[in-house]
Write a protein of this length. Structure first.
Length: 238
């Protein structure tokens, strides 16, 4: 049994609960666990719910991997952006239950889901790479363009400013805010509604509607990978 992502299937709903006991960082192990759970859900379920742990949806990439360096950095980066691309093209409805902070790749992961419910207090939403001296992967920029309101796009990405739940709702990080105690009930209500959808037509419509961003993300992934490979080999890149 995977301890990083708990998988539960009930009435055609696959619930994936991330819990590393801390900030739910996206390291190689967590990303592999999420992909494994999504593989299973694609075969067994009609709706997927992605939960964080209390106080944290995800803190983004594991900074410890960056500090250690080596080939794990590129492996982690590629797995992270490919997971976001997978969610945008995933054939089942994916509900994000944002139970707390969504930071860096955690915020991008949130934006990659179809329906996003956040807690109404105590959470920070921030794409803070610029404040850590990092450059946003091209793929994550495409995700942000797809979901964030134009007025807040630059504030969120270029400036890396934090958002409260209320301002995150206006910016487009989430679709709905609820008290923490009402999260499960709200998610169940949405699941009941989405289970009515015809799975085949949903998948086809989602792919057609997202066709441009999917194509842009695929191009971005190739460019990002080329840059990361060049950096790993010590080459200067722009």
């Amino acid at each position: 049994m995977n301890t990083l992502v708990r998988y539960d299937l009930n009435n055609d709903v696959a619930t994936l609960r991330m819990n590393d006991g801390k900030a739910n960082v996206m390291n190689i192990a967590m990303l592999a666990a999420l992909n494994e759970a999504l593989d299973r859900a694609e075969k067994e379920a009609k709706v997927v719910v992605l939960y964080g742990r209390a106080g944290s949806f995800s803190g983004g990439f594991d900074l410890g991997v960056f500090k250690r360096g080596g080939p794990d950095v590129q492996t982690m980066l590629e797995a992270g952006v490919r997971l976001c691309a997978r969610l945008v093209d995933y054939p089942l409805p994916v509900i994000a239950a944002c139970t707390g902070h969504a930071v860096a790749l955690g915020a991008i992961l949130l934006l990659s889901c179809d329906l996003r419910v956040g807690v109404d207090v105590g959470a920070r939403f921030q794409i803070n790479e610029v404040r850590l001296g990092m450059v946003l992967p091209r793929v994550t920029v495409e995700v942000c363009r797809r979901k964030l309101a134009p007025a807040q796009m630059q504030t969120a990405t270029t400036l890396g400013m934090p958002f409260t739940p209320a301002t995150a709702l206006l910016a487009g990080f989430v679709d709905e805010l609820v008290p923490a105690y009402a999260m499960q009930e709200t998610v169940q209500r949405h699941c009941k509604d989405l289970l009515i959808l015809d799975s085949k037509s949903f998948a086809l419509n989602k792919r057609r509607i997202n066709a441009q961003v999917i194509e842009a993300m695929n191009v971005a992934i190739q460019a990002d990978m080329a840059q990361w490979q060049a950096q790993h080999m010590g080459m200067e890149v722009i």
